[in-house]
Ligand binder design. Structure first.
Ligand code: SF4
Length: 368
């Protein structure tokens, strides 16, 4: 499973590691489980073998994770033009059973392909933070990248950072980029407030060029609290500074305690699709969109998913009432939120991705 993707915020997917296990409510209808099951059936003996099993008629992960064969592992190196690559759509790179050595391999490939942008998304934020904060990782990754470049006879011309020249084998001119890798975006999934409260602080403490949150499937109201604010006192020591607490846009260091004030650089919101999908109240998405607008953070509205609000189905002010009438005829096609808003089950394609009549395609600016 690699190559062109229909996911709106990337161009390609790349799956160097496959397999996973459910970890929170956002995993309940994990599309990757069903897809992995299909691949297992179509490609018996592949590295997907044993990653899923059927329980009560449904495919579920077994918890087995597997490293892809070399031609898949090194696939981005053969893509000449720069792509936006979602890494590991068929699992979680920071799953507890994925070894550090495997993650090193993935980062080594990413280090060797700085013409691509890599988007890594995890629900294991604490593991990602620990891995990225380990001072020995940069050495391991760059040594591995050098070995790969030599073995594959790659003509590597990368952003120079002389500090890393020492990792290259004698006589080999390979210059590797900065760490953390400038074209690797690291993100966490957060489907509700509890998961955001657990994962976003780890994300913000993770060394990364770009940090993002995917609130998909969004299962409840999610307030991004102080994570998008720049005008608050230092989170570490309370220092308010001469400007009454305003820290610059990102990565500003508190002059008193030294904490780096990182922020979220990008937020994706989406509803759930597929059988058993749960509806997303439009106000949950609107609140995040408006908060992003205030903070100047790019916002991407990916999709409604299976369920759409009345305005997507009917173009008049009686849309909610019309959906109510539909509910009386066929209750399974309508979901009623406690505030009386009706959502219609019309399928992902028909529901589309317009929020209040327009697309929201915000993306982080590329930083060098
Ligand atoms: S972490 Fe991702 S891949 Fe793993 S079960 Fe959950 S949704 Fe699926």
């Amino acid at each position: 499973m690699a190559g062109k993707s229909k996911i709106e915020w990337c161009t390609d997917t790349w799956n160097p590691i496959v397999g996973c296990s459910v970890t929170s409510p956002g995993c309940t209808n994990c599309y990757a489980m069903s897809m992995a099951r299909r691949i297992e059936a179509m490609q018996p003996g592949s590295h997907y073998a044993g990653t899923t099993q059927v329980v009560k008629g449904n495919p579920v992960w077994t918890g087995k994770v597997a490293l892809a064969p070399e031609h898949i592992l090194t696939q981005p190196l053969s893509w000449r033009r720069g792509r936006k690559i979602f890494v590991n759509s068929m699992g979680d790179l920071f799953h507890e059973d994925v070894t550090d050595e495997w993650i090193d391999c993935v980062f080594a490939v990413m280090a060797l392909a700085p013409h691509h942008t890599f988007q890594v998304l995890t629900k294991r934020a604490a593991r990602m933070r620990a891995y990225m904060s380990d001072p020995s990782v940069v050495r391991r990754v760059y040594e591995l990248a050098c070995d790969m470049a030599v073995a594959m006879r790659l003509a590597v011309v990368l952003i120079a950072d002389p500090a890393h020249d020492k990792f290259a084998p004698p006589g080999v001119r390979i210059r590797l980029g900065l760490w953390p890798l400038p074209k690797v975006w690291l993100g966490v999934s957060a489907e509700d407030q509890r998961r955001a409260d657990e994962r976003v602080p780890d994300l913000l403490a993770t060394p990364a060029a770009v940090r993002f949150v995917s609130a998909e499937p969004l299962l409840g109201q999610l307030v991004f609290r102080q994570w998008l604010s720049f005008d608050q006192p230092c989170r570490g020591c309370g220092y308010a500074g001469a400007l009454g607490g305003a820290f610059p846009r990102r990565d500003a260091q508190c002059p008193r305690c030294g904490i780096i004030h990182t922020t979220i650089d990008w937020i994706i919101v989406g509803g759930e699709s597929g059988p058993g999908a749960r509806p997303m109240h439009p106000d949950w998405a609107r609140a995040i969109r408006d908060r992003c607008a205030t903070a100047g953070v790019p916002f991407f509205f990916k999709q409604w998913g299976e369920w759409a609000p009345p305005s997507v189905l009917f173009a008049d002010t009686l849309a909610n009432c019309r959906l109510q009438a539909r509910a009386e005829a066929n209750p399974s096609l309508v979901h009623v939120f406690p505030d009386g808003l009706n959502m219609g089950r019309i399928g992902k394609r028909s529901a589309g991705r317009l929020l209040d009549g327009r697309e929201h395609n915000g993306m982080p600016e590329m930083r060098s």
